[in-house]
Ligand binder design. Structure first.
Ligand code: KIV
Length: 264
């Protein structure tokens, strides 16, 4: 089976083939997702909420992500594996070197960082040393306390322009992938069309180059809360494999996310 690489993802964008992604935290689910041909798996710091039961992602450590990355790597043959850099693990470039190296050694093929232009020098330095980087803009959950809650970003023109400018700056710094979270569909579509690199959306409408969901949301098993932008695929399908396969099919054919899962 041919492994998914950054070149595969770029080619998919060029061909207009949607990229499918899910979070994964262990070998069993990783194996199931891989067998269903999920293109990309993220060991997200969402694990703080869906595994640890925290209210936000700020209590996640590099050791947590490293442990779960090693588990996911063992269950994965084909998919591209990305590890989240947790809160305060890349506040300085030196910290970023040390922690990104640890996550790559645990089995990641790329690391993801949240934030705008302040990250440009760190991204340049990581890429120069051989560490591929994914950016994350829009609602960046590690900044939830600055935002005053989990809120849609980029609804005002000036705010949307700021996100577009940051996306362009991060692309120039060397990111090879961008996650856009909870932004109006029109803003996400514009950013996806403007950037050369693939843009993966979550709560960003159907116009991005791919979609990612937190696996617990996609199965409808997240404790207490189901985000508007997610869909419970297990509700309509009898077993987990069919649910994953339906998610992949709906992303590939453009029927997910629909307007009911998107923001204006
Ligand atoms: O932590 C996570 O799971 C994420 C996704 C929501 C993109 O960053």
């Amino acid at each position: 089976m041919k492994k998914v690489t950054t070149s595969t993802l770029l080619e998919m964008k060029k061909l207009g083939e949607k990229i499918t992604a899910l979070t994964a935290y262990d070998a069993s689910f990783a194996k199931m997702f891989d067998e269903q041909f999920v293109d990309l798996m993220l060991i997200g710091d969402s694990l703080g909420m869906v595994l640890k039961g925290d209210d936000d992602t700020t209590g996640v450590s590099v050791d947590h992500i490293a442990y779960h990355t090693a588990c996911v790597r063992k269950g994965t043959i084909r998919a591209f594996v990305i590890a989240d850099m947790p809160f305060m693990s890349y506040a300085t470039t030196e910290q970023a070197f040390e922690n990104a190296a640890k996550l790559m050694a645990s089995g990641a093929s790329m690391v993801k960082v949240e934030g705008g232009s302040w990250l440009a020098p760190t991204i340049e330095a990581l890429v120069a040393r051989g560490i591929p980087v994914c950016g994350h803009l829009g609602l960046t959950p590690q900044s939830v306390h600055v935002f005053g809650g989990f809120k849609v970003q980029g609804r005002e023109n000036a705010e949307a322009q700021k996100i577009l400018d940051a996306a362009l700056e991060l692309e120039k710094s060397g990111i090879q992938l961008l996650v856009l979270e909870c932004v109006p569909s029109s803003v996400a579509t514009l950013i996806s069309e403007t950037l050369t690199i693939p843009v993966i959306g979550i709560g960003a409408g159907p116009g991005t180059d791919g979609q990612i969901l937190v696996m617990h949301d996609m199965f409808g098993i997240s404790a207490n809360y189901m985000p508007k932008f997610s869909k419970n695929y297990l509700e309509e399908h009898n077993d987990m494999r069919s649910a994953v396969s339906a998610y992949i099919e709906e992303v590939k054919n453009g029927s997910f996310p629909g307007p009911e899962h998107s923001f204006k």
